[in-house]
Design a protein around this ligand. Structure first.
Ligand code: BV8
Ligand code: ZN
Length: 251
């Protein structure tokens, strides 16, 4: 990974008063977590994740959807944060030590930012590791082995579902409000590892741009926002983030 970056990018990363960051599945790819739009493999091949990530799919086939989510939950036991997650936790510490605002917003449901040491993470789409009953609403963390029956039952007899936001469902109001506030008041916005096609998450970029924030996109492929980026780094986040943060500290 070349660590020669535009000095202006390094300067703004060091001087921005308020940094907002939106991450997507791409930042977890180097940890071995399949991205959301990767073709599904094995048992899930020729299924479209977006068809499984809906309340209708769950009600139509609770066993199938519960199995998919529990398989993804159990995979988390064998993955760990990568250098990209760790670099963002370090950037939060550096910015915080200088009294600069830092907000990390993620669409991911894997909890890897928290495991890397990030604090106050805004989880727009919930968590694979929290499951709740659709009858009594009891919600509990789940970090153990795979459930032993599907669909997963609550003690009250109701079905338990993963605590994620499905397509067609509202995002948690307080998380979305905090993310929107941070995005519309930041002077530097970074979008990292997201195809930026899912709303309202992708709309956070528009809020930042409407406030004349500088915009950095770190993503392997182009996105609908690429041509509005002040800087586009088409490289793996796990390689470019540590190099960029250390380059900006050296200058
Ligand atoms: C809402 C959780 C309204 C589950 C997810 C009809 C009805 C209602 C709403 C809609 C509708 N039609 C459209 C909508 C809006 C809809 C939407 O945006 N649809 C899109 C697809 C058009 N949004 C919603 O439904 C949202 N809710 O609008 O509610 C409402 C309001 C009030 C009351 C009721 C309703 C809910 C959206 C949330 C859906 N849940 N996930 C789960 O994870 O299973 S979204 C899903 O996509 C994941 O969370 C994922 O994070 C997210 C975004 O995907 P990405 O993270 O970007 O991942 P992707 O694979 O796409 O891209 C990865 C990128 O990384 C790639 O570009 C790749 O190049 C890059 N990359 C890969 N490796 C690396 C890398 N980059 C750098 N380094 C690497 N190493
Ligand atoms: Zn219950």
């Amino acid at each position: 990974m070349s660590d020669t970056f535009d000095p202006n990018l390094c300067r703004i990363l060091r001087e921005a008063h308020s940094i907002a960051i939106l991450t997507g599945a791409g930042i977890s790819a180097e940890s071995g977590v399949p991205t959301f739009r990767d073709a599904l493999t094995g048992y899930w091949a020729n299924r479209n994740p977006a068809d499984l990530a809906t309340p209708e799919a769950f009600m139509r086939d609770p066993e199938l959807v519960s199995r998919w989510y529990d398989q993804r939950r159990c995979q988390l036991a064998s993955v760990k944060p990568n250098a990209g997650h760790v670099a963002l936790a370090e950037l939060q510490r550096l910015a915080g030590a200088e009294g600069r605002r830092f907000t990390l917003i993620t669409q991911n449901v894997d909890g890897l930012h928290e495991r890397a040491g990030s604090i106050g993470v805004i989880n727009l789409h919930g968590s694979l590791s929290r499951w709740r009953c659709i009858r009594c609403a009891e919600e509990k963390p789940e970090h153990g082995p795979a459930f032993n029956e599907y669909p997963v039952r609550c003690a009250c007899g109701g079905l338990r579902r993963p605590g994620v936001v499905w397509f067609g469902e509202a995002l948690p109001a307080d998380a979305l409000r905090a993310a929107e506030n941070a995005s519309r008041t930041c002077d530097l916005f970074l979008s990292i590892g997201t195809s930026a096609v899912v709303y309202p998450a992708a709309g956070l970029i528009d809020l930042a741009l409407a406030n004349a924030a500088r915009f950095v996109e770190i993503n392997l492929e182009p996105t609908p926002y690429s041509d509005r980026a002040d800087w586009r780094l088409a490289a793996p986040a796990g390689a470019v983030l540590p190099a960029l943060i250390s380059a900006s500290n050296r200058q």
